[in-house]
Design a protein. Structure first.
Length: 249
């Protein structure tokens, strides 16, 4: 049977690892937004908790839902990259939103991010823009985010208040300029690598204030090793920045 679905225009990329409890309610909330041509893409890394099985079951209710079941090395960065490449292969997709699948990024902010794309190339869901909030999490967790953000902003000279945010919307033009095929970071630091490319390509960035919540179900995947890898990645990007500066002189 051919599916009678509106053509996908806005792709929501959800990287998932052990989000079986969240993927259903989140998919429902996203399709409930009433955004025309919205399509959800779950990019799962063989989660042992059966996230992809859940996503497959959800297709009975949401036939537009797509699922990439990744094999090979896992990672938040690799999953995000696959989502971007999926969008670029489909010319009907005009905008891409990436967001965490744990309800830290609330669906209600999606229309605000999309609205900001009317006058910008990239819209960032920002805890640090006026009106933004990050008060729900422990002080230690917020302090960690604060330090990582300051480190990335200063070393990479990024003109963005919330560089760590993985809640973003991109126009197709922005995605093309980012050249996802050559992104190299495998983990969460993809957010910095992408932002670094956004700045280099002189894309117009808008920061949309969001209320960031602590995850409601499931466990965090942030480990000390991942955190350290993220800090190291920023140093690699800094080396690239300095090399380019030298060449320019
Ligand atoms: N596909 C895939 N997704 C991942 C992987 N690691 C994390 N994710 C997803 O990326 C998003 C962010 O991961 P979280 O574990 O919430 O990490 P975090 O938001 O930095 O940490 P918390 O604030 O403690 O939740 C979530 O949707 C995860 O399911 C991975 O290896 N592969
Ligand atoms: Mg999270």
């Amino acid at each position: 049977m051919t599916e009678l679905l509106p053509p996908a225009r806005v792709l929501i990329v959800l990287p998932t690892y052990n989000e079986a409890e969240n993927v259903g309610p989140l998919t429902e909330a996203l399709y409930g937004l009433g955004v025309a041509g919205l399509q959800v893409l779950v990019v799962d890394d063989q989660s042992p908790d059966g996230t992809s099985q859940k996503a497959r079951e959800l297709r009975a209710r949401f036939p537009g839902l797509r699922l990439i079941e990744r094999s090979g090395p896992p990672g938040r960065g690799l999953a995000g990259k696959d989502g971007f490449l999926y969008a670029l292969e489909r010319p009907e997709i005009e905008a891409v939103v990436e967001m965490d699948a744990d309800f830290s990024h609330q669906p209600r902010h999606v229309p605000q991010l999309l609205a900001a794309l009317r006058h910008s190339d990239v819209a960032i869901g920002s805890r640090r823009a006026a009106g933004g909030r990050d008060r729900d999490r422990s002080l230690a967790r917020r302090a960690l985010t604060f330090l990582a953000n300051a480190y990335a902003r200063v070393l990479l000279g990024l003109p963005v208040l919330d560089t760590n945010s993985g809640f973003r919307a991109y126009t197709r033009k922005a995605l093309e300029a980012i050249e996802p095929a050559t992104l190299r970071s495998t983990g969460p630091s993809i957010v910095h690598e992408v932002l670094y490319r956004v700045a280099r390509a002189d894309l117009k960035v808008a920061e949309v204030p969001i209320e960031f919540l602590d995850r409601k179900a499931g466990a965090s995947k942030l480990t000390l090793a991942r955190l350290a890898a993220g800090y190291f990645w920023i140093l690699k990007l800094l080396a690239d920045r300095l090399r380019r500066r030298k060449k320019k002189k």
